[in-house]
Write a protein that binds this ligand. Structure first.
Ligand code: TXA
Ligand code: MG
Length: 311
């Protein structure tokens, strides 16, 4: 075991916080059974107590100790390890701190597909509760330097990696309590992919529907600069984010994917928003203009994050 993982394992067992890379975004992790450790996550993030955390494990057997798997859940384990979070009934005897599930009867679980995350989980043999490693409401972190912009290394040990997070967007969340599953958050695993594994249709949580991730109620993914969506050209006070052959032209413009590849665009989204936000600040620009991104497949997740950032 590498020294940094060994140290991270000791810190998790001692009730400290460890930020670790996953295939989606960096997580801010703590021992999921420790109320004191998990409360520190809420405190440092400034996260409202009614917004529960995702519990990460390295294998299904470990997660079966805390959640009741139904037929749909068993089918969807085909996506694990990977960027899919399932919301299932919480087992009564689950050794999970109440603050992790915000006193709900359900629990959100996933197995991340990242070597470092999996090693940390395996070597500790602990379930780790981890939200994205950013302050509540701000952009999600896809590099260790993003994590450092949010947290003091005295309070959070950061497991670093040079490789880019593969997907760059948070996991898809699916509520599996009812016969018809409900997508609570779009992600890299698309509704079509889920429907083809389940062999049936899924529904979608809207702002007004009853089933939702409590996190949907809160402001999200906000850069400091304002965001203008569906922009066709750049105004003087703006920096720009293109997609494909869109035409936002100026000194400070990036392209999510020149070839129009939605997976590449998803992987670049948060990093480019971080960099544009920084450029806007330095060059006194007020707004990030974002070109249209097709609203299908992974584009659903990209547009969801862009719209929430613009709210
Ligand atoms: O990719 C990811 O999912 C990353 C990495 C670190 O795993 N984590 C992440 O966590 O995005 P966070 O806290 O930023 O988002 C978790 C979302 C929140 O919107 C929360 O409300 C929802 O999951 N959630 C957690 N437990 C839930 C539950 N029991 N029922 C419904 N929604 C739940
Ligand atoms: Mg988050």
């Amino acid at each position: 075991m590498k020294n940094d993982i060994k140290l991270a394992v000791e810190l998790i067992k001692a009730g400290k916080l460890v930020a670790f890379p996953t295939e989606t975004v960096y997580g801010l992790g703590a021992d999921a059974s420790s109320d004191a450790a998990c409360k520190k996550i809420y405190e440092l993030k400034g996260r409202p107590g009614n917004n529960p955390l995702i519990v990460h494990g390295f294998c299904r057997e470990q997660l079966e100790k805390v959640a009741i798997f139904n037929e749909n859940a068993i089918k969807l384990t085909a996506f694990w390890p990977g960027p899919l979070t399932m919301v299932l009934p919480r087992k009564r005897e689950a050794e999970i701190a109440d603050c992790v599930t915000a006193n709900l009867q359900t629990i959100a679980i996933r197995i991340p597909a990242h070597d470092i995350a999996l090693e940390l989980l395996k070597e500790s043999n602990y379930l780790i509760a981890a939200p994205s490693a950013n302050k509540s409401g701000l952009l999600s972190p896809t590099t260790s330097s993003h994590v450092l912009e949010n947290f003091d290394p005295e309070e959070v040990y950061i497991l670093k990696t040079d490789s880019k997070n593969k997907y760059g967007l948070e996991s898809t969340i699916i509520d599996l309590q009812a016969e018809t599953p409900t997508i609570l958050r779009y992600g890299f695993i698309t509704p079509d992919a889920i429907e083809s594994v389940l062999g049936k249709k899924v529904t979608f949580a809207s702002k007004t529907s009853e089933v939702k991730a409590p996190g949907m109620l809160h402001k999200h993914y906000s850069p400091k600069a304002k965001l203008r969506i569906n922009a066709a050209e750049l105004k003087g006070s703006e920096v720009g984010l293109n997609f494909g052959n869109s035409k936002l032209e100026g000194d400070f413009c990036f392209n999510l994917s020149k070839s129009g590849d939605l997976a590449e665009a998803a992987a670049n989204l948060f990093d480019m928003l971080h960099r544009l936000d920084h450029l806007a600040k330095v060059h006194n620009k007020k707004c990030i203009a974002v070109a249209p991104v097709p609203n299908l497949g992974i584009g659903l997740a990209i547009n969801d994050r862009i719209q929430k950032a613009a709210e």
